[in-house]
Design a binder for this molecule. Sequence first.
Ligand code: AMP
Ligand code: MN
Ligand code: ZN
Length: 762
Amino acid sequence: MDPAGFSQYYEDLSSAVLRVSKTAGYLAGEDLNFHRTSSAEFSKSLDEESERILALTSAVIKAANAGTDLTGPTLQDEDSIDDNWRSVVDVIDSLLEKADACLDEFTGVIKKLSPSQEEQAQAAPAKKGPAFPTIYDYGPSKIPKPQLEFERKPDSTDMSPFKPLLKSKPHAIVPLEKSLKTKKIDGVEAYPHPYETEIRESQYPEPVYQVSPPIDYLPFESTTATFVDTLDGVKEMLEELKKAKEIAVDLEHHDVHSYHGLVSLMQISTREKDWVVDTLKPWREELQILNEVFADPKILKVLHGATMDIIWLQRDLGLYMVGMFDTFHAASALGFPKRSLKFLLSKFVNFEADKRYQTADWRARPLPTGMFDYARSDTHYLLYIYDRLRNDLIEDSTEEASKIDYVNEGSKKEALQRYERPVYDAANGLGPGGWYDLLWRNPGNFSKEQFAVFKAVHQFRDQVARAEDEGWQCVYPKHMLFKLAQTMPLDLGTLFRTLSPMTPITKERASDLLDVIKQAKVDSIDGPEWRDIAPPKHVFKAPEDTTPQSDPSAPVAGRCETSQFWGDVLKAKEPSLPIANTLSALAEATRISLPLPPMPTTISEPQEQLITASAPAASQTPPAPAPSKPEAPKYFTVKDLGGPRKRKVTPIDNPEQALSTTADLDDTSNPDVIQVSSKKSRKDKKKRKEEKKEEKARKAKAEAEAPFDYGAADAVLNAPSAATATQPRRKAFNPYAKAMEAPSGARKIKRDETGKSLTFRQ
Ligand code: AMP
Ligand code: MN
Ligand code: ZN
C-alpha cells in the first residue's frame, strides 16, 4: 500500500469499524427472537445480513490464511462459529504474529536478507546499513546447518567428559599421551588442560618488556585479506605465520542454530597480511596444525577479550594458546574508561568499528563484503594497538609493579581455562545453563506448583534444543519460561496464547510440552518450594509487619503471605466462617495469578557477595589472588540481567574469569553491567554508582514486566535509528505484552448449550 495513503485508510477503517460496533450494540442478542416474531420483514433481513456477514468472515479468514499452513474454517451458519472458534482464534493469532514480525522488521530488530539486499550489502560500505543476516532470527534458518557436514558431527546429548581434540602436540613439555589422561578435577573425573604445564612455564618474548616505536599498520583500503577455505590455503598461511614474531587472532561465533555454538570464522593478521579463515569446513579440525604457531611461546598471540575465544578454540578446533597477550587486560591495567576493542580502535587508530556486525549470522557464505571487512578489521589494527599499549604499560610500571606482568598473568589465566560439556542438572539447576541461576537473578513470586513448572519447562527447553541442535532461543526465549510458570497452561489454546509467537520447533511439540506442564503440576505436591532452595537473600521476602510468623526461625517466605496488591483486605480474620475461607482462597488465587512484577532484592548488599554467589555452578576453587600489582585497577563485571551473554560454555578452572567474561568487553558503559573496582580509594564512589545502575536495571526490568503503557510508549511507526537495531528485542514495543496478562486471551462467550465442547487443533 502507498504509505502516504495509509493514515487516511486507517482513519476510514477505524470509523467504519466503530460505526458497525455501535450499531450492533443497539441490538441486544437475547431480544432478536422477539424482534423476529414482531416483523417478518425484519426476520428476513436479519437472515440475509447474517449470511452476508458469515460469507464475508469466511472470505476474510481465507485471505488471512493465504500462504500459511493454516486451513481456516468455512462458516456455514451461526453454530459453525462456535464449533470452529479455536480455528478462528488461530487465524487471528497468526495474523498478530505476522504483524509482530513485520513490526520487528520495520523497527530493525529483525533483518531479513533478500537477494537484492545482499547485493546491496556487497556494494555498500559497511557503515551504510546492517543489510546482513542477523542472529535475531529464531525461526527456521535459511542457511543449511553446516555442522551436518562436519567430519565429527556434534552430539549435543553427549554428557561424557570433554576429551581434548588434540591429535599431536607441538611445543610440548609434557608429551601428548600423558596430557590426555583423565584425573579427578574438583571431585569429577575429567581431562585436564593439555597445555597446562606449557602455559604455566612459558616465558614471554623479550620485546614484550621493551618500549619500541609502534609499527604502523598497512592502510586498510589498499590492502585486503586472504579468504582461506582450503587445507592448502591453511598450510600456506601457516608457513607465513611461523615467520612472524607477533600475530593477532580473533574469532566470530554463531550460537543461534547450534546447541553448543560454532566457531564460524577465524581472523589472523601479521604486520603485513590479513587472513579470514572459514572454520565451518568439514575438515575444520585439521586446523589444529596451527598449534605449531598458537602453542609456540616465542610467537606472541595478541587477542582482545579472549575469554570465549579460548573456550571456542579448544572446543571446536583443538587449538590452544601459549604466549597470549590480551589487550583487554592491558586496557584494564591502564585504567581506560572503556576496555572494548571499539574504544581502543577509536582511541589509537581513529577507526569507528561498526559493532552491529557482532550479532550477524557468521555462517553466511559467501560472506557479504561488509561482514568480511568487519571481520578483518577486528585483527588488522590489533598489533599496532598492542605496540601502543605495551609502551604505555611499561611507562606506567614501577620497579615493584610491572603492568606488563599483570597483563601477562591475566592472559595466562585465560589461556588456562578448560572447556567442559554443559551437563544438564535437573535436580539442582546448577551450571550456566541451569534453572537455578535464572531464578536467582529473577526471583519470582512463585508458588510450589509454579516453581515445579518453571523447572520442568526449563528442562524441556534444554532437551528439545539438544535434540534439534539449536539454541535455546529457538525453542522459546527466557522470558517465556517465566510466563509459562506463571500461567501454567493446561490446554493447547492457553499454551499457544502464552507462548505466542510460538517458534516452529515448539509448535511441533506443543502437546508434549503440555504433558510436561501437567505432570510437573501433579508432581509438585511432593516437591520443594523455591524458598527451600534459594539462599535466604534471594527469596521473595514479605514486609515484616504483614507476616507475623509464629516461628521466627522459620525460613523466609518464598512468596508473600499477604498480597502485595490487596494488602490485608482479603485476609481471613475468622477462618471458621465460610465467607472468610472463600476470601482467603480468593486471596491465594489472586496472589498466584496476578502478574505482579517481582520485588527487587536488597540492593544494598555488598557487591563482593553478589559476585561469589552469582556463580553457583562455577568450580569451587576460590578465586586466585590478584596479580602482584596492587595499584593496577582490577575489575570484575557481572551481567545482572539476562545472564552471561555467551552462554552454554563452561569456562572452568578459573571462576574469576568465568565471572568477568566478555559480557562487557564491548562497552563498559552498558547499563546492564555492574562494575566493581577492588581499588579502595574508588570504592565508595563506585559503589554508589553501582547501586544506581542496579536500581536502573531493576527499574528497567520491572518496567518490562509491568503492563504496557500505551500512553507512554514510543510511536511504533516511528522507526528508531539503525543504530538501535541490535538492542535487545521487545523492550520498545511488545504487542503481546498486554495480551499475555490475560489468563487466556481471546475467548468467545460460551453459550449455555449442552453437548458442545470446544475442540482444539491437535
Ligand atoms: P568479537 O570478539 O567482538 O568479534 O565477538 C566474537 C563473537 O562473540 C561474535 O561473533 C558473536 O558471536 C559474539 N558476540 C560478541 N558481541 C556480542 C553481542 N553484543 N551479542 C551477541 N553476541 C556477541
Ligand atoms: Mn573476539
Ligand atoms: Zn571479532
